[in-house]
Unconditional design. Sequence first.
Lengths: 452, 452
Amino acid sequence: MKLTPRLKEILPDDRVSTQPDQLEAVSKDESTLPPVIPKAVVWCIDRNEIVEVVRLCCNTGIPITTRGAGSALEGSTIPHAGGIVLDLSRMTRIVDFWPEDLQVEVEPGIIYDHLNDHLKNEGLFFPPSPGGSGDIATVGGMVSTNASGIYSVKYGGTREYILALEIVTGTGEIVKLGNRAVKRSSGYNLVELICGSEGTLGIITSITLKLAGIPEDRLKTAYKFPDEKAAAQAVSEMRRYGLDIAAIEFLDRRLMTALNKLKEYGLEEVPALFLEFHGPGAVLDSNSELAGDICTEHGASPLRLAEGQNPWEVRHWATDAVKHFKPGYTILRNDVAFPISSLPEMVEYCHHLGDENGITMFTFGHVGLGLLHALMLARPDNADEWRTAQEINRKIIEKTLSLGGTISGEHGIGLGHKDQFMREHGPAVDLMRRIKRQFDPKGILNPGKIFD
Amino acid sequence: MKLTPRLKEILPDDRVSTQPDQLEAVSKDESTLPPVIPKAVVWCIDRNEIVEVVRLCCNTGIPITTRGAGSALEGSTIPHAGGIVLDLSRMTRIVDFWPEDLQVEVEPGIIYDHLNDHLKNEGLFFPPSPGGSGDIATVGGMVSTNASGIYSVKYGGTREYILALEIVTGTGEIVKLGNRAVKRSSGYNLVELICGSEGTLGIITSITLKLAGIPEDRLKTAYKFPDEKAAAQAVSEMRRYGLDIAAIEFLDRRLMTALNKLKEYGLEEVPALFLEFHGPGAVLDSNSELAGDICTEHGASPLRLAEGQNPWEVRHWATDAVKHFKPGYTILRNDVAFPISSLPEMVEYCHHLGDENGITMFTFGHVGLGLLHALMLARPDNADEWRTAQEINRKIIEKTLSLGGTISGEHGIGLGHKDQFMREHGPAVDLMRRIKRQFDPKGILNPGKIFD
């Protein structure tokens, strides 16, 4: 019997599709990697349906690529090995909410912003805002990639907020991991093992999250620095001083050029740090004053816009400034993270590689956590240029690893970084492979992602 | 050839011992569990020696119990299955120190307080202070049990600070896990898997830690509450308000009685919360005022000692007050953690069980994290009484699990909580067993701990 009729024995007809437009829609993500058309796409709405689908696929050896919003940046949700796409975007319920415990249980398909809309009635929020994609990213996807965002400096990444998960393993077994205790020393931390595993160990059917109180007040400041070294030293000192800072964002001097081009700000073309403080008014005044003192001691002065607008507007337009800098060019990005003291060296290395090879290069990131994105502009239809940009990307990753850093600070490995994964982890990859087999002995869960 | 001569082929004679006094010293930990005398104790001083010892034991099927200071509270370091004890207390080096990155690499045997003595020259510290045992606990032991302490409310537990580990697996393979990037989305988080695994997955040979800046200032306050419910609500609200509080400690009304007996404080016998704030002066003044307002709104008033001493002195003497409350009695403790809203119910449940069965019962803990220790007084030589206390302990754990909590908030499972471990984790235990086999196929690393 063919696959589709068997899927339709499990699910209503309208939740199994082989229509070309629907298959095409789930064949890709937000990366520049080539799409792969799956055999079918199914929408499950509860754990029991997922168990049935997994059992069918396990018995017949059909790969399953689980998908939330498809906003991944490294191909994690491309159905690389064919098979079916399991779309969880209809599992959007808030299962339980315990405001007095600062905890909520949700289904994996709930969208980040929708969850926070609900939580704000109780003065709470789920902090690891996934950059500009909070309006589309699902919480399940955030768990699968250990997503982070600008506020992760203060609040941490997704992993810091997961108390419990329910998963369906590759053999169709339902397993609950963790519980509602905020601090635990009880056996192996399998919750953490699932977080960041990009759908290769299990299909997440329920997520219990820790929450934070919405800050009473927010304060945003920005400083321009004489050079990247001064900016990096200021970041290190702010952290060392134990200052409570919600966001520490960096833009390099070249982004300032691009911003001047896009918005005619007339900014001095030097690197800048953007700081945000959360808390009750008096607390954030004290913190921001101390942070300002540290920046000033490193040669910085406040970044001011001519019109007296909020200087964070500059940060807001950064990605657009890169997008519009050279019309017809595609952005090639990476996602490295390293110890903060290497920031000046890394920025200079990226600029040098770009200049040497005639590739326009920008760097920015959540440097409070040592995250830096290098953005290159190249044309996919210019084979030499595209290859050169990819070669530069590879060198930046090599440099990062030599500094004790990681290939991926927040986007995940997916397909895009598989080649370098072994270089980062060495013999540990073999342990990961063996662990995968314990969750997914037939190798049907998102095969070919992270490692082969 | 016998075991000891073969160990002496690997290690100098003076680092292999079968002397009765030395075997007796490593036969136990700080729990009330019965000691087990091992065949031999060895002291390794580098990874290569450990590899050789593990290979020998792997080939001959001899169990290895790794030991730091032996300050475990649940039998994690008792050589339960015989074999050898591998003592790492001589591996105390600081391997590397990057103050500008707030990072340090250490060997596992370094003592918590010694590490912090070294770090303070650079204004840094490793925050998860392991209660009153910082002067003996090793950092390796803290990693193995995911230890925490009073400052974990602000700073988190040990797991939040581990960037990288080097381990020797049960087959003698050296594997590096993690790296120096503070935020990562790069494959399975094996660092987190080792943290809390109590020596059952690998022998830790190196630990790279994230650090924090020593707070510029500290402020300690204390409040007495009309009842446990009011105290719990105040804790929940302080967390929700996003206040930056370093420590939130709870003592029940019975501990106040014991403290009055020990120190003649003349305290009102009602529950109390002890708060500590870290940060620059202005920041902690704002935070402590807001926390004080919240406590007052819940009927609290400042706890004052007659002599005008720091009220935190009361907290300091809590364990001694229990120890001396009934001379000749032994303390039986547990280590549960649960959602904070259950604090009043749990305290009342513990008191009720104690009263009903004639067992003296105290409760206290790091309630900012939902941790509560119930301490019972019983005599091991009074079989009925000891059994009753253990039965109460079992009931408290059952109640905790029914509230979505955990058996162990900070001490680990070891031998002491193995019986209830399956109750907490269910089918996940089978996954843990299968994962252990990938690291330790012969089952020689601390066998019989956490689960069978």
